[in-house]
Ligand binder design. Structure first.
Ligand code: GDP
Length: 289
């Protein structure tokens, strides 16, 4: 995987610089520059630098110190587990168009099917005909049923249909693709809020995840809408896509810190199997060897 290598290279440079013992101002500047390159963002970089300074006072092993600092910045591992205790789950996928939402729905469908769960897809992005078609195509490829209506129809009505089918056929997992942007005077948050309400009212006993899909190569630009989704709808997790692309890796922590929502999955390519559960300890182990 390309991106582990990229961020790993910078971290190994940091280890080399810091291994010399007491660090000069120039060396600290070099470390700062490497962290900035890795895309942690200015605020987080100074936080990591301070923590590293403190850690190196009591710890001579730079690698362990860095690992400790990085791990303490992430949210705890158990906050990342999907709530599948009841054996059933409904997932509302949110996010701006083009971030990889529909692809992620397909990847998750593939995953759940692979572990023997019955899956139902719901095409609730009714504003774009292409979005419906894309989900139908995935449903054919995966042999997983999809609930859909004509483009332009009411997204809430599609979700009602989905709920009825989910109940009638006793599916295990329902994955709902939603719109990321409206082309009409409709209000996106109102629409998504309505869908959310239908799901919680109609299926109160089925655990629900509201996953925001964020393109890791865009980072900063998606924060505003991400915040809106978080504040108006509520989020249980983030899926960070395109980590295989131009992403430098550090954005993973930045997004989690800035939104206060755990990154639960990362997308590492366009293929169905290119979805990973995100684990900070694995991440830190990989980038620091
Ligand atoms: P949506 O508009 O949010 O539903 O986005 P799509 O699912 O249509 O994805 C937009 C583009 O991003 C497509 O070309 C996908 O193949 C691509 N894509 C999605 N996830 C990933 C990923 O993890 N890595 C890469 N490299 N491409 C991705």
């Amino acid at each position: 995987m390309i991106w582990w290598g990229k961020i790993g290279k910078w971290f190994n440079q940091i280890v080399n610089i810091a291994s010399g013992g007491r660090l000069s101002d120039e060396e600290w500047d070099e470390i700062e520059a490497l962290l900035i390159q890795a895309d942690f963002g200015v605020e987080l970089v100074s936080e990591i630098m301070d923590a590293l300074r403190d850690a190196l006072k009591v710890q001579a092993d730079v690698k362990s110190a860095l690992k400790e600092v990085m791990l303490s910045e992430f949210m705890p591992d158990d906050s990342r587990k999907l709530n599948t205790a009841a054996g059933r789950l409904k997932v509302l996928f949110l996010g701006v168009n083009g971030t990889g939402k529909t692809t992620t729905v397909a990847k998750m469908a593939n995953y759940f099917k692979g572990v023997g769960r019955s899956v139902l897809l719901v095409a609730a992005d009714t504003f774009r005909a292409a979005a419906i078609e894309q989900l139908v195509e995935w449903s054919n490829r995966l042999s997983v049923p999809v609930i859909r209506q004509m483009p332009g129809s009411d997204a809430g009505a599609v979700v009602y249909d989905g709920v009825a089918s989910f109940k009638a056929r006793n599916y295990d997992v329902m994955l709902i693709d939603t719109a990321g942007r409206m082309h009409t005077k409709h209000n996106l948050m109102e629409e998504v809020g309505k869908i959310n309400k239908i799901l919680t009212n109609q299926l109160p006993d089925v655990p629900q995840e509201n996953l925001l899909v964020v393109d890791s190569t865009i980072g900063q630009n998606s924060y505003n809408q991400a915040r809106l989704f978080r504040d108006k709808i509520g989020l249980t997790g983030i899926v960070l896509t395109k980590m295989d692309g131009t992403s430098k890796g550090g954005v993973i922590l930045r997004i989690e810190k800035e939104l206060g929502v755990p990154v639960k999955f990362i997308g590492t390519g366009e293929k169905l199997e290119d979805l990973e559960e995100f684990s900070p300890s694995r991440f830190v182990d990989r980038i620091l060897g």
